[in-house]
Design a protein around this ligand. Structure first.
Ligand SMILES: Cc1cc2nc3c(=O)[nH]c(=O)nc-3n(C[C@H](O)[C@H](O)[C@H](O)COP(=O)(O)OP(=O)(O)OC[C@H]3O[C@@H](n4cnc5c(N)ncnc54)[C@H](O)[C@@H]3O)c2cc1C
Length: 267
């Protein structure tokens, strides 16, 4: 249990097989069934106070790797400038999970159903990772290369997430689940628009949370949409949903078009 980031990186360099732990809400949920995981070495980051900072800079806001959903829900400036983060945060689990779970843990867990990742990606977030070898920054939209495959080496930790500050006249996150709390997303979408253009990011419809670039280009043309069906051709190119325990591919495809159309009508 390191007390500083330098100590954390040093320990991790010596034992890259260790499992970093932030809030523990993804890691510990499987302990009752996977007894072997209790025998692993964990690198508990919760004592590294420098990772707790939520700092506003002139051109970006920085979320340290221990910043929780609750921290963002309590931040007045975030409520004004980045309401889309709060829309996602208040739908993650319930209050207990929101107060322990971190945005960085959500990114590193790399679930296609993650709710924090789509809103960060729709805001062009950058991930800062560090090891004893140095520091790198990677756009979140380029962080995943396949199911649970991420651009993070064995000795690297996520240290912070940078979200650019810029005017965004559309910020909407829609999550469809079986109930209003403690629900894993069946299909979700985050939508923003800024001078950089549209960002459409969907979750639970591909092996990773994914930017829907064909759909973004369609919206960039600025032609009127006659209904959800007008989005389907572009969305087909962007997503690859599957049937699983929570939903079917057909439902996900259909509902994604509808919630996106609804989000655009609201925006
Ligand atoms: C009841 C329940 C409900 C939930 N509901 C939702 C939901 O609605 N939406 C949703 O998206 N998620 C949900 N989750 C999943 C989880 O709460 C989130 O993914 C959360 O953001 C994980 O953060 P954490 O800090 O707890 O991560 P941890 O469990 O500590 O870690 C998660 C993963 O990230 C790695 N990791 C953590 N920090 C770092 C770091 N700094 N650098 C490198 N790797 C790191 C860990 O090694 C691990 O692989 C739920 C979980 C539970 C138990």
């Amino acid at each position: 249990m390191p007390a500083t980031l330098d100590e954390a990186l040093g320990l991790y360099a010596q034992a890259p097989e260790a499992v970093p732990m932030a809030g523990g809400t993804d890691l510990l949920v499987c302990w009752p069934e996977h007894v072997d995981r209790r025998e692993q070495t964990y690198l508990d980051l919760s004592g590294v106070s420098e990772l707790r900072a939520l700092r506003w800079h002139a051109d970006h806001v920085e979320l340290g790797a221990l910043v929780s959903y609750w921290d963002v829900l309590q931040d007045d400036l975030a409520a004004r400038e980045l309401p889309i983060l709060l829309q996602a945060a208040c739908q993650v689990g319930a209050v207990q999970i929101q107060s322990r779970g971190t945005w960085a843990g959500n990114i590193a867990n790399a679930s296609p159903a993650a709710d924090g990742v789509p809103v960060l990606m729709a805001c062009d977030a950058i991930v800062t990772v560090a090891s004893t070898r140095g520091i790198r920054q990677v756009p979140l939209a380029e962080f995943y290369s396949g199911y649970k495959r991420l651009d993070l080496h064995a000795d690297e930790l996520i240290t912070s997430i940078q979200v650019p500050r810029r005017p965004r006249d559309v910020q909407v996150f829609h999550k469809v689940g079986p109930r209003r709390a403690q629900a894993i997303t069946k299909v979700g979408v985050a939508v923003t628009r800024s001078q950089e253009g549209w960002r459409i990011v969907a979750n639970s419809v591909a092996p990773t949370v994914c930017r829907c670039r064909h759909t973004e280009r369609l919206l960039q043309e600025d032609r009127p949409l006659r209904g959800p069906g007008a989005l389907q051709e572009a969305l087909q190119e962007d997503v690859a949903p599957i049937d699983d325990i929570r939903s079917t591919a057909g439902y996900r495809r259909d509902v994604l078009g509808r919630i996106l159309y609804h989000a655009l009508s609201k925006g």
